[in-house]
Design a protein around this ligand. Structure first.
Ligand SMILES: [Ca+2]
Ligand SMILES: [Ca+2]
Ligand SMILES: [Ca+2]
Length: 134
């Protein structure tokens, strides 16, 4: 009986985690919990999010791998990341966009994103840049 309940629970949890699959690309940015995000922490998290978006692991993100985005979101995302405009986002383009984003967020240029800077910049962002938790 317990086993059946357990199985039912596991099945339910799997269903829930499928619905919230996008959440998986949202690691916490402040890994060492010092209350600010270093460039290393930010770029590390972004690199991880690239790997999760690149579902077939061919080193580039294509439109079909961004199926969870609506048209507007996808356009904004490619506008920021796809530097050469070929519709394919390679890791280098993604990392460059992430580095640029970091500098935009680091308003006082101290090399870290503070909580205030994150809160202020977050509203201008879209996924996957916006979805990270501090
Ligand atoms: Ca890919
Ligand atoms: Ca490209
Ligand atoms: Ca700062």
């Amino acid at each position: 009986m317990m086993k059946k309940i357990l199985i039912a629970l596991v099945v339910m949890l799997c269903a829930v985690s499928t619905v919230f699959a996008a959440e998986e690309i949202l690691p916490k940015l402040d890994k060492n919990k010092d209350g600010k995000i270093s460039k290393q922490e930010y770029l590390g998290a972004m690199s991880g999010s690239f790997d999760k978006l690149d579902k077939n692991r061919d080193g580039s993100i294509t439109r079909d791998e961004l199926g969870h985005m609506d048209k507007k979101e996808h356009e904004a995302f490619t506008k920021e990341t796809d530097a050469d405009g070929d519709g394919i986002i390679i890791k280098k383009e993604y990392e460059q966009a992430a580095a640029k984003r970091f500098h935009q967020l680091d308003k006082n240029r101290d090399g870290f994103i503070s909580r205030d800077e994150w809160a202020a910049g977050r509203s201008e962002m879209y996924s996957p840049f916006a979805l990270f938790t501090f």
